[in-house]
Design a protein around this ligand. Structure first.
Ligand code: DC
Length: 230
């Protein structure tokens, strides 16, 4: 498949805490498309690296693991979970969201060879789908530059902190607000300054500021724009 030619896919990028996972999952459901969470692929690889006790500075070993990842993503019906992540045949959906993985993923996703392997895997997932909603940081710019529909969702920093805070509390894992603020600041910085595949709005992406919008309003807006464009 030529990923630069127009393909039937919706690419949704944006910073951590912008609400894009929930939105992407619901948009996929409404359109009958397959939801692909590229962040989950980097998280799963990071978990594998940690489980194998590979040092996070051992680029060679990490690159090797990234080239041969047994990973399957399936839609989740479970409340509060957007996707099921099956690594080596085992469901790791909860583990990949743990703080240790969230903190370590930056060491893995900055390696250019790793990104190349993961982009190949993500493209394979998209080409096997009959229409895909792909979510991440570089899906509109790098993974699927030919996606017919591209969106960049963002929200004010304080609002993103509030959302993450509420999400963690709802999960029964209360985290101090200051810790969430530090984590988001750090993630914004590493995401935007990464040499390969940085977080960036594609020139042809529609920007949606979700600060004052509900999830349903964002979903409705995206579905309407996709349907209008046809
Ligand atoms: O969306 P998320 O927070 O689950 O993503 C986890 C990490 O993976 C995030 O810190 C940045 C990285 N990531 C990336 O480098 N490229 C993507 N396309 C998606 C996520």
């Amino acid at each position: 498949m030529n990923f630069f030619k127009k393909i039937n896919a919706v690419a949704i990028d944006g910073p951590a805490g912008s609400g894009k996972s929930t939105v992407s999952r619901l948009v996929a459901e409404r359109l009958g498309y397959t939801y692909i969470d590229t962040g989950a692929t980097y998280r799963a690889l990071t978990l594998k690296v940690m489980r194998k006790n590979v040092d996070l500075s051992d680029r060679k070993a990490i690159i090797e693991l990234s080239g041969d990842l047994d990973l399957v993503l399936t839609p989740s019906e479970k409340e509060g979970r957007t996707i099921n992540v099956i690594l080596d045949g085992v469901d790791v959906s909860e583990e990949i969201r743990r703080m240790e993985v969230t903190v370590n993923v930056k060491h893995v996703c900055k390696i250019p060879e790793v990104r190349k392997n993961m982009v190949d895997l993500q493209r394979k997932m998209a080409s096997e789908a009959n229409g895909a909603v792909m979510e991440g940081r570089d899906t509109g710019t790098v993974v699927l530059p030919g996606a017919k529909y591209k969106f960049y969702v963002d929200a004010a920093f304080d609002e993103r902190v509030e959302r993450r805070f509420a999400e963690m509390r709802a999960k029964g894992v209360p985290v101090p607000k200051s810790e969430i603020e530090d984590d988001l600041k750090q993630r914004d910085h590493t995401d935007k300054t990464r040499e390969v595949g940085p977080l960036k709005k594609a020139d042809d992406a529609v920007l949606i500021d979700t600060t004052d919008l509900t999830i349903d309003q964002v979903v409705a807006k995206i579905v309407e724009l996709v349907s209008r464009k046809g």
